[in-house]
Design a protein around this ligand. Structure first.
Ligand SMILES: Cc1cc2nc3c(=O)[nH]c(=O)nc-3n(C[C@H](O)[C@H](O)[C@H](O)COP(=O)(O)OP(=O)(O)OC[C@H]3O[C@@H](n4cnc5c(N)ncnc54)[C@H](O)[C@@H]3O)c2cc1C
Length: 410
């Protein structure tokens, strides 16, 4: 049975690029179908050190390294007048101690261009509209930029379509998540008053009784990304009248100390609502999901791109095995592994919104135990089985918060 390509990858975000690059390391032919023209905007600008390992493994790191992105060495959380600063060099697990804050248009473009240079065929303006799967062959139908419908025969399909969630929607695989519906509103602004302290890292400030938070992410060109996350109703309110309430928050939020007051907006605020969603299964006959096509939870710990890259790599690694005619245990070697990574962050996200992390983070610096272990998770090293704060994520945060409360007589 003839095939046009060994693998079709849907989507040219970081997950799709890394997947394609991994497949080509073993000599497979890859077609990446991307609905947009690149460079294109997408939110998700603060990376985690763990993703550097994967970018390096597929030889894509130098293509982004040379672009001079803002180096990120940690993350700082603010609550009232307290600050909890994590520096990645003070982490428990082996690995990178820095990463980047990136404008995704440039980052994603650099990754896919390098992937194309390595030999992938990449078609932009190509929207996948139908996929028919079977044991022997998969048929992917798409509309190209001339609005012509085309069909491609392939041995395997990798869905890295991010928020497009092509196969989860087509195959009725989506399931809701239990977290309350949240949204975000954000923009890029000039950052001319940036202090040295704010020069590298993402700052996160909570407010509204810990139902909302603001991020500031500095870029190397002197601009910054600023955004607010909160319950959907609040975000809709922030977006009314051209984002009046959002801009007011950015101007006057006490923790930001007037950093963005009067600064020029690079684009009008954009909104994204109810992004959290999961899937019944991450794989099926002739296909696998990776990146945001699997699950996206919450942006609080900047885990999205790292999980997208990790799952793109791990899935492609198994696709290589499958195409080589070897048996693949998708359940244990892929779904369980990726789910573990997502679930570690889920425990931290839940602990953030229910206040346990506040109890842990905002103690006196001298009495913050296990900071290096928690720092490892915040650097993305969620698969380090020697770290109890990754391995036993479901119980360890709850227990630690309880112990601190008892100790402090709360
Ligand atoms: C408010 C907010 C803030 C965030 N902040 C961060 C952060 O600071 N750090 C972080 O790591 N993550 C963050 N994220 C998460 C991040 O946006 C995603 O996890 C990440 O972009 C996922 O990458 P991906 O490669 O899976 O998908 P994407 O980057 O979304 O790429 C998917 C590609 O598929 C294409 N596509 C879609 N449908 C089709 C189709 N039918 N045919 C062909 N192509 C298609 C799309 O055009 C797109 O280019 C944030 C998310 C939100 C909502």
């Amino acid at each position: 049975m003839t095939n046009d390509f060994d693998v079709v990858v849907i989507g040219a975000g970081p997950s799709g690029s890394v997947a394609a690059a991994r497949l080509m390391q073993d000599g497979f032919t890859v077609l990446v179908l991307e609905k947009m023209e690149f460079p294109r905007f997408v939110i998700g600008e603060s990376l985690l050190p763990q993703c550097m390992n994967y970018l390096e493994a597929v030889d894509l790191l130098s293509s982004v390294d040379r672009l001079g992105f803002q180096i990120k060495t940690g993350v700082a959380f603010f609550h009232n007048n307290q600050v909890c600063d994590f520096l990645f060099k003070e982490r428990f697990s082996e690995g990178w101690d820095y990463t980047f804050q990136v404008k995704r248009a440039e980052f994603d473009h650099a990754l896919i261009k390098e992937t194309e240079r390595k030999g992938a065929v990449v078609e932009f303006g190509a929207t996948v509209t139908n996929v028919v799967t079977s044991e022997e062959q998969q048929i992917v139908t798409y509309t190209n930029k001339e609005e012509t419908e085309k069909s491609i025969r392939t041995r395997f399909v990798m869905d890295a379509s991010g928020y497009g969630r092509v196969l989860p929607r087509m195959f009725d695989m989506e399931v809701p998540v239990s977290s309350p519906p949240r949204g975000a509103i954000f923009s890029h602004v000039q950052d001319t008053k940036r202090s040295t302290k704010a020069s590298e890292n993402i700052f996160v400030f909570d407010f509204n009784n810990n139902t909302s938070w603001i991020w500031s992410i500095p870029f190397s060109d002197g601009t910054a990304s600023v955004g607010v996350v909160g319950n959907t109703d609040f975000i809709i309110e922030c977006g009314e009248n051209g984002g009046e309430k959002f801009k007011e928050l950015v101007d006057n939020f006490p923790g930001l100390n007037g950093r963005f007051k009067g600064e020029e907006y690079i684009f009008e605020p954009k909104q994204i609502l109810n992004y959290a969603v999961s899937v019944k299964k991450m794989y099926g006959t002739g296909f696998v999901l990776c990146g945001n096509s699997t699950e996206f939870l919450d942006p609080i710990f900047s885990s999205g791109v790292t999980l997208a890259i990790a799952s793109g790599y791990e899935a492609a690694d198994l696709v290589v095995k499958h195409l080589d005619g070897k048996p693949v245990d998708w359940e244990n070697d892929y779904e369980k592994r990726i789910k573990h990574g997502i679930d570690v962050f889920r425990s931290y996200v839940e602990a953030w919104y229910n206040g346990d992390l506040h109890t842990i983070f905002f103690v006196d610096e001298g009495s913050f135990e296990f900071k290096t272990q928690i720092c490892s998770v915040l650097a993305g090293y969620v698969w380090d089985q020697t770290n109890p704060f990754a391995k036993k994520h479901k119980t360890v945060l709850k227990t630690l918060a309880k112990v601190i409360k008892i100790r402090d007589g709360e």
